[in-house]
Design a protein around this ligand. Structure first.
Ligand SMILES: *[C@@H]1O[C@H](CO)[C@@H](O)[C@H](O)[C@H]1NC(C)=O
Ligand SMILES: *[C@@H]1O[C@H](CO)[C@@H](O)[C@H](O)[C@H]1NC(C)=O
Ligand SMILES: *[C@@H]1O[C@H](CO)[C@@H](O)[C@H](O)[C@H]1NC(C)=O
Ligand SMILES: *[C@@H]1O[C@H](CO)[C@@H](O)[C@H](O)[C@H]1NC(C)=O
Length: 531
């Protein structure tokens, strides 16, 4: 009797323990990420501003970094909430007023995730109004994603009225101009931002090497300018590593790691009149979404991706990628190129017909072909404490460059801005200098938030036979991650809650760990892979 009593007790205690652990595990995985809570203070000016000048430093475009000016624009706007003197230095500012040179990726297609739009709305309350005046579109954040031809649903059921949050559908060239106008030129919150077209050539450190005291700028006319009384330097260029090295800071030799995706992509931009648009065989369900259609090839078939998006001012962009130099350069080459694509399921016939019609009726489309640069990560967070100036941080591609095909570049900029803003808000007194661990705290928090993106996109890219991995890794690295991802995609085609978590993680609204909540993980592991 006694024995059976105690085993009943033990069994129920065990069940209780497992249940409690399960609940704690579930809670841990599903709690919203800190940066979502921190959105609340984005765009909120501090009462007493910090001393000195904050400089956003754009430099020479090295290693094909692409988002510098947008990163700079967002960072400068955030800094205006904390400093009365903000200076934005960037070579592209010269082109904003009078477009002359063709900027790399200027016309290329880009995805905007909801986190970016959520952030911009806080930095600029008139965003939606000004955006539509500029011909831009807010569409529901649904990519109509087809993985190897199989549709991955978006979580309409999670939102009232079945309305997914909206995000920006706009060409990068127009988005850049509009964001600059909204965040810098037309914003009263930005009245203390001065813009300085030019290139940062270097920085000068204090005698004891703990901070940067001045920034040297080369102006478009060749003259040099020194900006003094520096409180904070925000780098948007990968040249940052060089500025610090030349100023006497000893940085580890392997600070920047990189791999080569060896992918090219073409962006074909069509001008589509409403009359032609009405003739396109796009099904009703695909309208008013961020993308009408996205096809991602399974890596064993190749590294092809196709995306069709309706953008601003009656334009539509078709983006196609290839690991070879065989992308279409003229209208007649488009259909033959996409006919070669293989996967578990073919491209949707309506998509192919739509492309055919666009090629037929919009003859003056533009073709921009680019090779995706090396993807890199400058591991500032790994620099030993005290080896970086206390008042240096890096945002955007200057810190972490992600394969643009995955569409997270803009959201990552906003994540950096949220992190910087919260850290600045956590400083309570406006002393003469920032605390000694300011830079280290920024890089540590930031890497914890963004390293998962670097890992996930890199591991995905290693699946393609043409990818050249990072030093010390092989294409076998991340096998398990790729296997798990295929399981998640498979489960997402069957279970609404898995599809929902995947969508939230992809939009950076949920942390990666949400995929490991017991109910989700169970379904993911249980579902046989379709791929
Ligand atoms: C887009 O449309 C808006 C509003 O109609 C207009 O102001 C803007 O100049 C157009 N932009 C381009 C690049 O055509
Ligand atoms: C701009 O700076 C002045 C002091 O130079 C300050 O009084 C004013 O509040 C600042 N404006 C904003 C929007 O921060
Ligand atoms: C600062 O850095 C310079 C150049 O590397 C070095 O010569 C100098 O000794 C350093 N000063 C201090 C106080 O560490
Ligand atoms: C990213 O991958 C590295 C190994 O390549 C690992 O050490 C690190 O913990 C991973 N970080 C995250 C956030 O997954």
């Amino acid at each position: 009797m006694g024995i059976s009593h105690s085993s009943v007790f033990l069994a129920s205690a065990g069940v209780f323990l497992v249940a409690a652990l399960g609940i704690a595990w579930h809670k841990h995985c599903t709690s919203p990420p800190e940066w979502i809570k921190e959105l609340e203070v984005l765009g909120r000016p501090r009462k007493e501003k910090l001393d000195g000048t904050a400089v956003v430093c754009g430099g020479r475009r090295v290693f094909g970094a692409v988002f510098n000016l947008i990163a700079g624009t967002v960072a400068a706007r955030v800094l205006a909430d904390h400093f009365d003197r903000v200076i934005l230095v960037d070579p592209e500012l010269d082109d904003m007023e009078r477009p002359r040179t063709r900027i790399m990726q200027y016309n290329a297609a880009h995805g905007f995730l909801t986190l970016f739009v959520d952030g911009v709305r806080r930095l600029c309350p008139d965003f939606d109004k000004e955006l539509s005046a500029a011909g831009g579109r807010i569409a529901s954040a649904d990519y109509n994603l087809h993985y190897s031809g199989i549709p991955i649903p978006s979580p309409y059921g999670d939102f009232p009225g079945g309305r997914l949050p909206g995000t920006l559908a706009m060409r990068r060239s127009e988005a850049q101009k509009t964001l600059y106008r909204l965040l810098i030129q037309h914003s009263t919150a930005a009245e203390n931002i001065s813009v300085c077209p030019g290139t940062v050539r270097g920085v000068e450190s204090s005698e004891d090497n703990t901070s940067i005291l001045s920034v040297i700028v080369r102006k478009p006319d060749g003259t040099q300018l020194a900006i003094n009384d520096i409180s904070l330097v925000v780098g948007t260029s990968q040249a940052g590593v060089k500025w610090l090295g030349n100023a006497g800071y000893t940085l580890p030799a392997n600070l920047r790691c990189f791999y080569k995706p060896n992918i090219r992509y073409v962006t074909i931009c069509f001008s589509v009149s409403p009359e032609i648009e009405s003739k396109l065989p796009i099904p009703q369900f695909a309208f008013n979404r961020l993308a009408e259609y996205v096809y991602i090839q399974h890596f064993t078939y190749g590294s092809f991706l196709a995306a069709l998006t309706k953008t601003d001012n009656n334009t539509m962009q078709l983006m196609l990628t290839s690991s070879e130099d065989n992308l279409p350069r003229t209208m007649s080459e488009v259909i033959p190129f996409i006919s070669t694509i293989r996967g578990h399921e073919p491209l949707a016939p309506w998509f192919v017909e739509t492309v055919e019609k666009l090629c037929e009726h919009c003859p003056d489309a533009s073709f921009d072909i680019l090779k995706i640069p090396d993807q890199s990560y400058v591991k500032y967070h790994s620099v030993p404490e005290g080896s970086l100036p206390r008042n240096f941080v890096a945002v955007g591609d200057s810190n972490l460059q992600l394969n643009p095909v995955h569409g997270q570049g803009f959201a990552k900029i906003m994540l950096n801005a949220i992190t910087l803003n919260s850290l600045l808000h956590s400083l309570d007194s406006a002393g003469p200098t920032l605390p000694p661990d300011f830079s280290a705290r920024y890089f540590k928090t930031n890497s914890a938030r963004t390293e998962g993106l670097w890992n996930a996109t890199r591991m995905h890219d290693y699946g393609a036979s043409t990818c050249e991995p990072m030093g010390g890794e092989t294409r076998d690295t991340g096998r398990l991650v790729r296997w798990f991802r295929l399981k998640i995609l498979s489960a997402a085609t069957q279970y609404e809650d898995v599809a929902s978590v995947l969508w939230h993680v992809h939009n950076l609204i949920a942390a990666d760990k949400a995929l490991f909540a017991p109910r989700i993980l169970g379904k993911v592991l249980w579902t046989p892979s379709r791929f």
